[in-house]
Design a protein around this ligand. Structure first.
Ligand SMILES: [Zn+2]
Length: 255
């Protein structure tokens, strides 16, 4: 009787070991390590005048869409490293994405960025090239709305996704400006950075005018300081990161 018990014990131990071996052996070595592979995606929306790609990075899968645009004016480039830092942060804190999708255009004017100019490669101010009722046609704003591929890409993006709110990052006016029903969001963001909320007035044919006035979508123009282009991405994040997160989590607190 005792011998049988010992034998049973040995047999059980051996079968457990064999099962373990079998399970380990069956594990797929190519199984995805990323738990939410659908969480982040990047794709090219189109191309600039000089055929540089304009990219959209999407993170999250929720219903509420928040859009963030950086560097529509090519020489106001501090927003680009800042939004890449934001992306890193959102990857590590998916709780910020509960019920939300964040749509990021990290470099809206790649030709202007390469040429170190406000304008695109055709000399047009993209942030005056939108079809708003206050637009002024001329050689800098374009002779009509959407003459430029870059502004058309942003226009299509807004209409396709209908975001709940938009933040567009500029320099050097050092404030949180808003168009449309954006005042509460600007004030919410203002609690998390030193930028004062200021109503600068809608610029003719700007993205703010098109989005805020024509589409009635709140849009915050986040004007950083001129010298912010000298900051590292980490310094930019320390200065403005929480305000950007506040725009995403609005009306909830970002921390
Ligand atoms: Zn600007």
């Amino acid at each position: 009787m005792k011998k049988r018990t010992i034998l049973n014990y040995i047999l059980t131990a051996v079968s457990l070991w064999a099962c373990g071996l079998l399970l380990t052996g069956c594990q797929d070595p190519y199984a995805p390590t990323l738990q939410h592979p659908q969480l982040t995606s990047a794709h090219i929306l189109g191309y600039s005048v000089r055929q540089r790609p304009i990219e959209l990075i999407t993170i999250g899968t929720g219903e509420e869409k928040v859009m963030i645009i950086a560097t529509i004016h090519g020489n106001e480039d501090a927003g680009t490293p800042l939004v890449y830092k934001l992306l890193d942060k959102l990857r590590t804190r998916p709780d910020f994405l509960a019920g939300r999708t964040v749509l990021i255009v990290p470099l809206a004017n790649p030709d202007g960025y390469a040429l170190r100019t406000r304008f695109n490669a055709s000399g047009i101010d993209l942030n005056r090239n939108f079809p708003a009722s206050n637009r002024i046609n001329n050689e800098v704003h374009g002779q009509q709305g959407l003459t430029e591929p870059e502004s058309r890409i942003l226009y299509d993006l807004v209409l396709a996704y209908q975001p709940m709110r938009i933040v567009s990052i500029h320099q050097p006016l050092y404030c949180l400006d808003y168009d449309g029903p954006g005042e509460d969001i600007a004030r919410h963001m203002g609690r998390y950075c030193s930028l004062p909320v200021k109503k600068l007035g809608s610029r003719p044919g700007s993205m703010g005018s098109f989005v805020g006035i024509e589409q009635n979508i709140p849009i915050i123009t986040m004007e950083l300081a001129k010298e912010d282009s000298e900051l590292t991405a980490a310094q930019l994040w320390d200065t403005y990161g929480r305000a950007l997160l506040a725009a995403i989590t609005y009306p909830e607190l970002p921390y």
